[in-house]
Unconditional design. Structure first.
Length: 56
């Protein structure tokens, strides 16, 4: 998703079909919805992971 966003913003030759964009929106909305449905503890752990860039 981030690469597509970057391409859309900065690549003048980037082209997306409406069907592709609608599918990307659906995928992003599903990811956000899944995140919101997770427990507060899990959301907090994820935030710490992202902020501190922890790697196993």
């Amino acid at each position: 998703m981030q690469k597509n966003r970057h391409d859309a913003d900065y690549d003048p030759n980037a082209y997306f079909f409406k069907s592709q964009v609608l599918e990307m929106i659906s995928v992003a909305e599903a990811a956000i919805s899944g995140f919101q449905r997770s427990s507060r503890k899990d959301r907090r752990a994820f935030a710490v992971y992202v902020l501190l860039n922890l790697r196993s």
